[in-house]
Design a protein around this ligand. Structure first.
Ligand code: 26Q
Length: 817
């Protein structure tokens, strides 16, 4: 790998470029420019440097003649680009000097960048880590996503209740890293009808859309770590084709003409804020089709320009579907091949079925996407016909495999029968893909056993595992410079490109000097977080406390309310048990709730009210504090994760597909308290049972308990600590003057049946935390465990995940520039 940027970097010229952007792009004088303007000018100048390599990569004839992956995702939660791209380009120090000479501190300027909030959570962040790893290892890649005007909402609190406000992430000045590609714009149709016509004696079909919009691409440069490779993350923005339709304008239908304008602007206006929940709105399906159609058209444009015949498409292009959100790409590619490129159905299907691969990210039934047949029929009439035909052929395969078994046909059919017929997008994906993967070993096993057992029988090799990973560049090197330097000092810096090397640290786990350095760095990171909390929330916390962290979207299955019950149990014991002694703890939460998810919002409210009371209760607040960090986002994670002592991964077994925060925190030396769920299972395998706190029911235990009939009251009455903790939720302890305001949470756990088994796992969870408390008192033993966590999680680099995709699914080769 080369360090080309470093070689060709010309500091004087760069400084001139920054000043040029400052004055001509952002129209501010060098003397009076704000820090934000300096950041913008700097980022623009850097973006220019990468644009050159982006074009070079794009035009590289070796890439045109190699196989590429097209990563289709409705979300890419990339995080701030500037700091990371500087590290990848290898010019962090040079730029820091250059900006210093211009009178600015680089780290201050980096704080000016807003997070591009183009994703909800895990799935979107995974896509971003994957782009980083593809670029670092130079596997030809194009990421395709949407250019939302408003990303995920910003979160604030009024009296503890979540408030949402729109996040115009680009700012008024525009986002300096993006590059407009108007030459690559596409036209996308909606609605209309299907025409049947004769062509040389053959009956053919053609979709005549009733409305068109323009898909305008914006490229974000994904810079390969220490390489000259820059791949595009191509984000489509929806625009109206023309200011308005002249014809309807002339007819006097001025308002109708404006309507197309308004509709078009709406399609990429805002990211849907649901996480692990589907809500079938027309506009969401329009987003999905808009994204798929533009991406398929762009892929074919590149492919055809390279001059290869269509029948060889699967040898040169593979399309990875990030969950079912881009599933409509399957019938779209069929439509283009059959209707527009004149291939026979069978030729087209044999191409399609070797091109698509699908990643499943959830087993939750409420998150599996279905769309009403009548909606698809209206919006995309030709696609509906194609789906019927795919299903017809598929069901004949099912009949061959299980003759006479109508039940199997009903269960596997892409169309769900009923009063309202629905299209099952997951079934469409499994039928239309050559590979289907789960995202952690346990998850994949459950996909085979519970979600798609018949598909697994019908297509035995199709379902496989690729365990998720995270990029060590952002999630260690960049966010934890102290620890990174310490590691590199001991084992060199190869680990940034090859995280498996980090296992060499294990020999230092018992070395007292190394332990001291390691703990000192952790304390420094905790101080950085404590300073943030003081500056932004005005709450004082001590770095002597254990920093206990749960940061993820708010969802019942993730059980933030189990964490809360544990906190209530500590509060109860501190107040009522004079013998009780605990190491001071600060519990950190950060979580956004989908705006329509009532119980999730009530849980946030409960955490906030409990935090307020406890933090102000002089009797306990030297030992116990609760901090809810508002507006969780990638840049906030970069501050919290390096400061974590304890990582809460406490979902009901079988519900969390993988988790990736668990990997980031273990890498940064936090000890996991977790269930046998998702990737926790593999983290335990790697770090060893002594270095992780596993508690609660496993999948078999959950299944057995549910089968026997779970009654939360059994646990409630049998465990006095649980009962006392729960009872704190009643009355007005945390909501003075407003009794029973937290009752919704209490009720969900008792009358509501506690669907995620919080009460069943409570006592085992409390015990795990007692063990953590005891271990923390022995700092040497703690240091050993935390060092061994860092040293043992090399497997969870996204570089390894991508190599797994390459070897087992994509079958493509790196092209080194
Ligand atoms: C669907 C339909 C309509 C609107 C929105 C959605 C939607 C959006 C986002 C549905 C689901 C998501 C996101 C899911 C997600 O983030 N899943 C997580 O994926 C991670 C990466 O594989 C895993 O680590 C997590 O376990 C999984 O929950």
């Amino acid at each position: 790998m080369k360090l080309n940027q470093q070689k060709k970097f010309d500091k004087a010229q760069f400084k001139n470029n920054v000043k040029r952007h400052l004055t001509s792009t952002y129209v501010q004088t060098v003397e009076k420019a704000s820090p934000r303007a300096w950041y913008l000018a700097m980022a623009r100048a850097l973006s220019e440097l990468t644009a050159f390599d982006l074009l070079e990569t794009e035009n590289d004839i070796r890439i045109k003649n190699s196989k590429s992956v097209n990563y289709l995702s409705l979300e890419f939660l990339v995080g701030r680009l500037t700091g990371n791209n500087l590290i990848s380009m290898g010019i962090y120090t040079q730029i820091s000097e250059a900006m210093e000479e211009l009178g600015h501190s680089l780290s201050d300027l980096l704080e000016q960048e807003r997070d591009p909030s183009l994703g909800n959570g895990g799935l979107g962040r995974l896509a971003a880590c994957f782009m980083d790893s593809c670029a670092a290892q130079e596997y030809p890649t194009v990421g395709y996503g949407l250019h939302y005007e408003y990303g995920l909402f910003k979160q604030s609190f009024i009296d503890g209740q979540q408030q949402e406000s729109p996040d115009a992430w680009q700012g008024v000045e525009g986002y300096p890293w993006e590059i407009a590609r108007p030459q690559l714009a596409q036209q996308i149709g909606f609605y209309g009808q299907v025409d049947i016509y004769q062509d040389q004696g053959r009956e053919r079909r053609r979709w005549v859309p009733g409305m068109f919009v323009k898909a305008m691409p914006w490229d974000l440069p994904i810079v390969g770590y220490q390489s000259e490779t820059v791949y595009p993350l191509r984000l489509w923005e929806c625009q109206a084709i023309a200011p308005f339709s002249l014809e309807s304008f002339n007819n006097g239908d001025y308002f109708d003409a404006q309507k197309s304008l308004i509709d078009a602007g709406n399609i990429t206006k805002v990211l849907y804020p649901n996480d692990n929940h589907e809500k079938g709105k027309t506009l969401r399906l329009m987003q999905q089709y808009f994204h798929s159609a533009a991406s398929i058209a762009d892929m074919l444009r590149r492919y055809e320009a390279a001059g290869h015949p269509l029948r060889l498409l699967p040898d040169y292009e593979t399309i990875q579907l990030n969950d079912t959100h881009p599933a409509i790409a399957i019938p779209e590619l069929m439509r283009v091949l059959v209707d527009e490129r004149d291939l026979s159905w069978d030729e087209a299907w044999s191409i399609c079925a070797k091109t698509f691969a699908y990643t499943n990210h959830t087993l939750l039934p409420e998150a599996l996407e279905t769309w009403s047949e009548s909606l698809i029929q209206r919006l995309l009439p030709r696609h509906m016909e194609i789906i019927y035909r795919i299903n017809y052929q598929f069901l004949s395969e099912v009949r061959q495999k299980w003759p006479g078994d109508v039940g199997k046909q009903q269960k596997l059919s892409i169309i769900e029968e009923g009063v309202h017929r629905m299209v099952r997008m997951a079934n469409l994906c499994v039928v239309g893909s050559y590979a289907v993967n789960g995202v952690a070993a346990l998850h994949t096993a459950l996909v085979k056993k519970d979600l798609f057992p018949e598909f697994d029988a019908l297509y035995p090799e199709r379902i496989r595992n690729v365990t998720n990973g995270v990029t060590p560049r952002r999630w260690l090197k960049f966010c934890n410079p102290g620890l990174s330097a310490l590691i590199s000092d001991k084992i060199g810096d190869e680990w940034t490109g090859e995280l498996e090397q980090i296992s060499q640290l294990a020999v230092y786990a018992d070395d007292p000097a190394f332990q001291q350095s390691y703990l000192a760095i952790k304390r420094g990171n905790k101080q950085r977080l404590a300073d943030w909390v003081m500056a932004h929330l005005g709450i004082e916390i001590s770095t002597d406390a254990i920093f206990d962290v749960q940061i993820k979207r708010l969802h019942e299955y993730k059980r933030q309310h189990l964490n809360l019950l544990h906190i209530l149990s500590l509060y109860h014991r501190l107040l009522h048990d004079p013998e009780f002694d605990m190491v001071p703890r600060v519990f950190f939460f950060a979580a956004k709730a989908a705006p329509g998810y009532y119980l999730a919002k009530e849980i946030i409210y409960a955490i906030n009210k409990i935090a307020q009371t406890i933090n102000n209760d002089e009797r306990v607040n030297q030992q116990l504090k609760v901090i809810f960090i508002p507006d969780y986002r990638v840049s906030m994670a970069e501050i919290i994760i390096p400061a974590a002592d304890v990582s809460e991964q406490i979902s009901t077994a079988g519900k969390e597909a993988s988790g990736t925060g668990n990997m980031k925190m273990a890498l940064n030396g936090a000890l996991t308290v977790g269930t046998m769920d998702g990737a926790n299972v593999e983290i335990r395998e790697e770090v060893g049972d002594e270095n992780i706190y596993i508690f609660g029911l496993d999948v078999a235990g959950v299944t057995a308990l549910k089968a026997q009939g779970y009654n939360p009251f059994d646990y409630y009455y049998a465990d006095p600590l649980l009962k006392s903790s729960m009872e704190l939720l009643m009355g007005e302890t945390f909501t003075p003057g407003q009794p029973d305001k937290l009752r919704v949470v209490y009720d969900s756990l008792l009358d509501g049946g506690d669907p995620y088994l919080c009460l069943a796992d409570f006592s085992s969870y409390v015990k795990a935390h007692e063990a953590i408390d005891a271990q923390y008192r022995d700092q040497q033993g703690w240091a050993r465990k935390t060092i061994l966590n860092t040293a043992s999680v090399g497997k969870f680099t996204s570089d390894r995940s991508i190599r797994d995709y390459v070897e087992n699914i994509w079958h493509l080769k790196a092209v080194h520039r």
